[in-house]
Design a binder for this molecule. Structure first.
Ligand SMILES: [Zn+2]
Length: 289
């Protein structure tokens, strides 16, 4: 079964290139017979191509596709800010200069940048018909907001001294991160299939399972190291596994960033195509029906 959202049916066109059969608009059901494929539905403004060819991004609202593409810019900026912020915090901590509250507050404030990015990336398709991907899309939003709140609790002194609450926040943050991780990669894979770019879609899957294997190896290594360590065996298989996962992590981070860059470019290209289709559709006069 293919995940590509094509509408597999042959559409007959008349000698003028107009649709010569009854085709309902996928959004409003309007009969598109007699219309040009490059136009938009006169009732709801959905590109006719979307009803004819499939639920592809190039037939979607160009502003929406543009918003989705720009989400990845915000996310990338957020990663850069987080990285620099982390380095500065690390340096200050190493020099036994506790990061000033003002600086911490600033970093916390900047963590809103990736949140905006994920919000834009998962903007709802204004002409959504099939709800495919909606769960993943919503989950990305919910886990991002929850993660922002949990991050706030972790990075401020609110929970200082309340061990149980701190532990609970830690567990919740972990579960939230796992749910977010799967949701965002499933969502991105489905969006890649709407380009349609099967290579990018399978890259999303590869990165997803790569991280899962890496995380499982890390956890396994830590457990083995802990078990052997407590029995006094010192360096062993556990540490070796743990070390290799630590080495592999930056490699996976770079691969993930490359994937994000490729997706950003692909979505931006689709936004451009959508703009061309959309504008062409609106510019042409609507034929008398
Ligand atoms: Zn319509």
């Amino acid at each position: 079964m293919s995940d590509i959202p094509t509408h597999a049916r042959a559409i007959p066109f008349d000698e003028d290139g107009m649709i010569a059969t009854d085709v309902p608009c996928i959004k409003c059901g309007y009969n598109l017979r007699g219309l040009d494929e490059g136009r938009v539905c006169p009732e709801c403004g959905t590109a006719v191509g979307r009803s004819l060819r499939g639920d592809f991004l190039k037939y979607c609202d160009p502003d929406w596709v543009g918003t989705v593409a720009s989400g990845l810019n915000w996310i990338m900026a957020g990663i850069a800010i987080g990285f620099v912020g982390g380095l500065i915090t690390g340096a200050l901590t190493r020099q036994s200069v506790a990061p000033p509250a003002l600086f911490q507050g600033f970093i916390l404030l900047l963590s809103i940048v990736p949140l905006i990015g994920y919000w834009r990336l998962t903007a709802p398709d204004p002409a959504a018909t099939a709800d495919q991907g909606i769960t993943a899309r919503r989950l990305v939003r919910v886990t991002q907001v929850l993660g922002f709140g949990l991050g706030f609790l972790t990075n401020t002194e609110i929970l200082a001294g309340q061990e149980l609450a701190e532990e609970l926040v830690g567990v919740l943050s972990g579960v939230n991160l796992v749910v977010f991780f799967f949701a965002v990669l499933i969502y991105l894979r489905r969006m890649a299939l709407r380009i349609p770019n099967t290579k990018l879609a399978s890259s999303c899957q590869t990165i997803m399972w790569g991280w899962v294997i890496l995380a499982l190896a890390g956890i396994g290594g830590a457990i083995v190291a802990e078990t052997l360590g407590s029995s006094g065996s010192g360096m062993g298989a556990g540490e070796a596994i743990l070390c290799s996962t630590i080495i592999a992590t930056p490699i996976f981070l770079i691969l993930s960033l490359i994937l994000a860059l490729r997706l950003r470019r692909a979505f931006a290209d689709e936004a451009k195509l959508a703009r061309a289709t959309w504008a062409a559709g609106i510019a042409r006069p609507i034929a008398a029906i």
